[in-house]
Write a protein that binds this ligand. Sequence first.
Ligand code: SDX
Length: 436
Amino acid sequence: MTPSDVKATLSFSDGSPSMELPLYKGSIGPDVIDIRKLYAQTGKFTYDPGFLSTASCNSTITYIDGDKGQLLYRGYPIEQLATGCDFLEVCYLLLNGELPQQAERDDFVKTITYHTMVNEQMQFFLRGFRRDAHPMAVMTGLVGALSAFYHDSTDIHNAQHRTIAAHRLIAKMPTLVAMAYKYGVGQPFIYPKNDLSYSANFMRMMFATPCEEYVPNPVLVRALDRIFILHADHEQNASTSTVRLCGSSGTNPFAAIAAGVACLWGPAHGGANEAALNMLEEIQRNGGVEKIGEFIKQVKDKNSSVKLMGFGHRVYKNYDPRAKLMRETCHEVLQELGLQNDPMFKLAMALEKIALEDDYFVSRKLYPNVDFYSGIVQRALGIPVSLFTAIFALARTVGWIAQLNEMIGDAEYKIGRPRQLFVGSPVRDVKPIAER
Ligand code: SDX
């Protein structure tokens, strides 16, 4: 980061001494005010719940311009990556900073492919869960449990450990997600096949049975691969910030990624695609397109807790570029499956049209985000709604790892330890219980 020749001056109306704060410029995007010396010099903290105006780190991985609706992975626009690359190329890019050349790509694909199996003991974890456990409850357990097996890759400060842990996590997430799904439907686990691509392998582990061979549909595989690319990373979102904070204690990479899985589960974050589809299904049950007006009324009613799931974003105050690509993918998949008249898709398009015209949403810059269409695509692919967020976690694992490794590799990093504004009781004495 480059020191700016502009300085910020902080002064207080009560005559406390003012102080000068340096500014730093990034390569693109907002400058930052360096407040690292603020508390030492003023005895005061900054206050920013939800971190709306706070940069927690400097990063070279992903950049979002919320006003332009722009998303870059290592400088490459998401639109070009989603159409010109496959997910493992994007994984290589996020981990290493550059797109792979052919030999590098082949070597990376081979490495990931040969780590797709999980330790045979892992299947016994599944048996400890109820069959109707939510897949994200299972995934939170399974990902953390990986640290019980791979003792040769748990030292986050060892670069070789970080590399092998990254490869194992990227490779094994599809296997674990498919196992969570198979366990829930009472079907036998399907082992990975090394002659299939990453996304085709996942489709087969999900939908094949020992009774007959399963040939993945290339159009559907491509759609799934694109879903993975679109969800791979997204700056310092809630789950990525969780992984960074968790990893800053020096814990092993599997535990830090498990913390990210747990955070992503929330409906305001990665759980929104499941919530968006449940919302569409509920509108469909209550009368469909004709009844959208009533639903919109509830959303606008401040006394109702109803939100338009799949709309709005902390950073995008313009259309989420991933939503545009997801809508195209939706068309392709429904076309391939002869579902062009899918009522759910038509309902989604009608809801989007209203939201893009209604001043309530336009004034609040509530545009469709990546989660609005991803649920419809996944449903068309035969993926159950309860598995949507686990698929999101599968895709985001590479982003979490890249961000975690970037932090660990930063000589300046420290264990994260935010402070607070205390508004509780001043010091007081404990009275014996008879006198309370
Ligand atoms: C993801 O951070 C990331 O990058 C996340 C993500 C990633 O890739 O990691 O992009 C993935 O999490 C996408 C977001 C998925 N979540 C949803 O779709 C859930 C619905 N969206 C909302 O919960 C909300 O929009 C958030 C949480 C996404 C963003 O909330 P903000 O920026 O904190 O905005 P806000 O809650 O302060 O809302 C501003 C106004 C409020 O109204 P007023 O009080 O000003 O009258 O907009 C309203 C909110 O009530 N509002 C909504 C709304 N979202 C915000 N009203 C109806 N429906 C919504 N979806």
